[in-house]
Design a binder for this molecule. Structure first.
Ligand code: MEZ
Length: 568
């Protein structure tokens, strides 16, 4: 420790460097020992959570992540929550410490070439790059198939963008649908997904998505997940979006389950470990990767199979501006990890891209924020009105259409309006309230006043909508489902605008999740799953299909990666 104001100096004064580190061992990239030390002295998150705090980072939706994600030993701490939120007054201890250059800035080709020339430091069967839902599912599937697996993530925590997924997982033919008497068919799932994607999807991939969707739910349940709640998402003709009961967000739940399951399976997860190169032999077959570890520098690990599960590029401003100039500068609901690394890695060894320029703007990101207001809110019953208080489209239309419609409204924003019945029903709405995002009033006209809408317009909208609800027919916009009227005070409104949410394009894959080259031949040993791939969603993804994609194709990629590694 060389900085009087940092956490390391404070701890050093107790029992020397041994307070935190397992000397003389080197610090691992995941800082595993250090994090165990934090918890052994301070207790786990449950103990640290302070019920008196309005916003408490120790009981957040990020779940049980490394303490050192925010509390840095030798440098200024970083409140990770504020990458998406703007919480004031959450002072972190030791915040006067000096900041340091990030360890992972830029590519260092000289260091990469040196690591390759030095040869592999280790050998494993399967390397999975990216520890979100696709990566965890791939790693667990590969491990269950008998392979040794290393799972890598560049971030100091696992979970990726999946940990922010709010809505749910689309599946057909589940016990849940049967229990709720929902009549659904694989063909309908396929048709809805193709229609939503403007028929630009790869039909073979969509068929797999639909056919294996119910098995994916069973698989998650076998790992410990609860997917008992059902709702409808935009573009679906029936209720097929599965999520945890009580209206909890799906992402944090399944990431918590997958973290535990992958530890139990014995997956070797390494954080702060960025893959900077896919290494191939003279025949273009995968032979390993070069990793840049926070503490171990550049090194090569050999493996016959690599699964790319690095997510999309929705948080990479330059890539968004390049592929979709009209979305330049638009806010993004994505995690800061969604920077398109897998696309660059795969491109560098000749992978082909599918629909790379198709980017989805989610219609309802909190205005001037990065917080997604889940489609669930409309699915459960909210209406959407413009700045004057008039509806302008069916709330359950697909996202591309809803976003386009908002962007055509005066001032390019909208309000979601709902009543207390919905507030009680959807727990995530209480979370938005907690974050101070909701306007609240005892009457519709008061709500109009507070939000600047026209009183008469909003009152008309509400009374018309309540009539449509009663008669079961939306005369204006043919909304397919109206689960709730606007009846029980208090009434709420949240201001929303479109924000980058999903990048539909990415590396081209076949039905075995093998990555294809520009002649549509598999790049031997390279697999991919989740948002890094293109083809599943066409030009527009339906709500609830991303989580399904990560689980189903994650499993396929992991199982095939294991098969390839163990049989060649
Ligand atoms: O699949 C999604 O992206 C989804 C359902 C998002 C949401 O609005 O909750």
């Amino acid at each position: 420790a060389d900085n009087k104001n940092d956490l390391a100096s404070f701890h050093k004064s107790m029992n020397g460097c041994k307070t935190c580190h397992a000397l003389p061992n080197k610090v691992s990239d995941s800082e595993t020992f250090e994090n165990k030390q934090c918890k052994s002295c301070h207790g786990d998150y449950e103990k640290l959570a302070n019920p008196k705090l309005e916003i408490d980072p120790h009981s957040s939706h990020l779940g049980d992540i490394n303490c050192t994600s925010c509390h840095k030993g030798h440098e200024q701490p970083k409140l990770y929550c504020n990458e998406c939120h703007s919480f004031k007054g959450l002072d972190m201890p030791f915040n006067k410490a000096k900041s340091k250059e990030p360890w992972d800035k830029g590519w260092d080709n000289e260091a990469i070439n040196k690591a390759i020339a030095a040869g592999p430091k280790e050998t494993t069967d399967v390397i999975v790059v990216g520890a979100g839902s696709a990566g965890f599912n791939a790693a667990i599937a590969a491990k269950k198939a008998g392979a040794n697996v290393i799972l890598l993530d560049k971030a100091p925590f696992s979970g990726g963008n999946s940990m922010l997924a709010a809505g749910g997982y689309n599946a057909v033919g589940t016990v849940q649908q049967k229990d709720h008497k929902v009549d659904d068919k694989i063909e309908w799932f396929v048709e809805d997904t193709m229609k939503g994607g403007r028929y630009a999807n790869d039909p073979k991939l969509v068929q797999i998505l639909a056919e294996q969707s119910a098995d994916g739910i069973k698989w998650l349940e076998s790992l410990g997940a609860n997917m008992d709640d059902l709702k409808r998402s935009g573009g679906a003709r029936v209720d097929r979006t599965h999520r945890p009961s009580g209206g909890l967000s799906v992402g944090p739940h399944i990431i918590d389950v997958l973290r535990k399951a992958s530890d139990k399976e014995g997956v070797d997860t390494r954080l702060n470990s960025k893959v900077v190169k896919l290494v191939v032999d003279e025949d273009q077959n995968i032979v390993g990767v070069v990793i840049h570890g926070k503490h171990s520098g550049h090194y090569m690990v050999a493996a016959k199979s690599v699964v790319l599960a690095t997510g999309g590029y929705g948080f990479n401003k330059e890539m968004v501006a390049f592929y979709r100039p009209t979305f330049k500068g638009m806010t993004s609901s994505n995690n800061i990890t969604s920077t398109g690394d897998g696309i660059e890695l795969a491109k560098a060894i000749g992978a082909s891209m599918t629909d790379i320029d198709w980017i989805q703007a989610h219609p309802t990101v909190g205005k001037d924020s990065r917080i997604l207001i889940s489609e669930t809110v409309r699915g459960v019953g909210a209406i959407m009105v413009n700045k004057d208080g008039n509806r302008f489209i069916s709330e359950l239309t697909t996202r591309d259409k809803a976003s386009d419609a908002i962007l055509k409204q005066p001032e390019q924003y909208a309000w979601l309006v709902f009543d207390n019945e919905l507030y009680k029903k959807a727990k995530m709405v209480q979370g938005y309230d907690h974050l101070g995002m909701l306007e609240k009033a005892n009457t519709i006209s008061e709500l109009a006043k507070i939000t600047g809408m026209k009183e008469s317009a909003l009152e008309n909208t509400a009374s018309n909508y309540n009539r449509y609800f009663k008669q079961g027919k939306d005369e204006e916009f043919a909304r397919e489902q109206m689960p709730l009227p606007l009846a029980k005070a208090p009434f709420y409104a949240v201001k929303v605008a479109p924000g980058i949410h999903h990048t539909m394009g990415g590396v081209a894959i076949d039905t075995k999740a093998e990555v294809l080259d520009i002649q549509s031949k598999p790049l031997i040993g390279l697999f991919a799953a989740g948002e890094v791939t293109g083809g599943v969603h066409g030009y527009n993804r339906l709500g609830g299909n991303a989580v399904a994609d990560t689980v189903i194709f994650g499993k396929i990629a992991g199982a095939n990666a294991a098969k390839h590694a163990l049989n060649t």
